[in-house]
Design a protein around this ligand. Structure first.
Ligand code: HEC
Ligand code: HEC
Length: 322
């Protein structure tokens, strides 16, 4: 058998071929190595935040320095211009739309004022502007409005915070719902910050901190978008889930403790009003059964809206209010 030197001597072009092949392979390996190093550097930079975020940082703009895209998207919840069959995020006076509610809720603060909820950025402005807080209310009412609540509960303890007055915090709770409500500033992992959700799980013998990442993508919302009541004179925020999530189970829970939200002003009947049992309704539906999360939805809607805007005449754009 001929060795490689004989081959090159007999046909000199094979020498050039081998040479070029070696150059090609070396260059490719070089590219590969440089790409590996680049990616390694990238992961180092990704892990390293530009600014250290305080463990109890309530200012959304400070988080925004590290996560400008998420911050911009968060700020876009200020726009209340999305109307859907279920309501959307536009300001709608529900009492004007259905005046029967004024009679149905007679004697309850909701009969004074009840608007369609708007995007998170408006949470502080809207709770200050509603006639419901024109009468004395418990500090508990702040619980689902601001990341400042996370700090106050950490400092005072939940019971002491809830038993205070709403007016006490009118000047210090100014930051609307934000990053600290759902994220651990150190790892950016989703986290439960509201004691009521942790306690509701505990009473069922479950630890919400053991939840999977996919479950967390709904549980962060379940801190606020749920049915709740204020327990006892200390106005302790409690979720009525001990018997289950259905209307019947929650009614049974309230009947067991003889609780009612208010006594009707005309009929004197003890009344219950479900507040916003979004998590419960979702949990009983097909999305939860098929393993979808709340965060799977907005992502898709937002994508549709963006496509709608750029591709001008997409049907999605029809949902936008004029
Ligand atoms: C109501 C809860 C909530 C609030 C408030 C919130 N986030 Fe998130 N955030 C989420 C959820 C849910 C995800 C999706 C996580 C996933 O899909 O894995 C997410 C994802 C992220 C991610 C991607 C993390 C990753 O590991 O890929 C970043 C960064 C982020 N949010 C930053 C912010 C910033 C900055 C703010 C404040 C301006 C904020 N978030 C406010 C719930 C929230
Ligand atoms: C800290 C409490 C809190 C958390 C956590 C929270 N929300 Fe909200 N959310 C609110 C409040 C309060 C409003 C109403 C704000 C207003 O009307 O000014 C609201 C409004 C909304 C609205 C627009 C109006 C409406 O009622 O349809 C959507 C959509 C929404 N939230 C989705 C979510 C999703 C999805 C999550 C979880 C990723 C989440 N929220 C987590 C408190 C919260």
């Amino acid at each position: 058998m001929k060795n490689i030197f004989d081959l090159v001597r007999a046909r000199p072009w094979t020498g050039w071929l081998l040479f070029l092949l070696t150059v090609f392979v070396t260059v490719c390996l070089g590219f590969l190595a440089s790409s590996i190093f680049e990616r390694r550097m990238e992961t180092k930079l990704v892990e390293k935040p530009f600014h250290e975020i305080d463990p109890l940082e309530t200012n959304n703009a400070v988080w925004g320095q590290n996560y400008p895209r998420q911050y911009e998207r968060y700020k876009s919840t200020k726009e209340g211009d999305f109307v859907s069959r279920e309501g959307g995020s536009v300001m709608i006076d529900m009492l004007e739309r259905d005046p029967r509610l004024v009679v149905l809720w007679a004697g309850y603060a909701f009969s004074r004022d009840y608007n369609q909820g708007r995007g998170h950025y408006n949470s502080i402005k809207d709770i200050q502007n509603t006639l419901r807080t024109a009468v004395p209310q418990a500090a508990t009412c702040w619980t689902c409005k601001s990341p400042k609540v996370v700090k106050l509960i950490e400092e005072k303890g939940a019971a002491a915070f809830y038993s205070g007055k709403w007016m006490e915090h009118i000047h210090d709770v100014t930051e609307p719902i934000g990053c600290l409500d759902c994220h651990d500033p150190k790892t950016m992992k989703l986290t439960v910050t509201r004691p009521a959700l942790i306690e509701a799980f505990q009473r069922q013998g479950k630890d919400v901190r053991q939840a999977t990442h996919q479950e967390m993508r709904s549980l962060v919302c379940a801190q606020c978008h749920v049915e709740y009541y204020f327990q006892g004179d200390g106005k302790y925020l409690t979720f009525p889930w001990d018997e289950g999530f259905t209307v019947e189970a929650i009614e049974e829970y309230y009947d067991n403790i003889r609780f009612s939200d208010w006594k009707h002003a005309l009929s004197k009947a003890p009344m219950l009003k479900a507040q916003h049992p979004d998590y419960e309704v979702w949990k009983l539906g097909i999305h939860a059964q098929r393993g979808l999360a709340c965060a799977d939805w907005p992502a898709r809607i937002v994508t549709c809206l963006t496509v709608g805007k750029e591709g001008s005449n997409s049907p999605i754009i029809k949902f936008k209010a004029r």
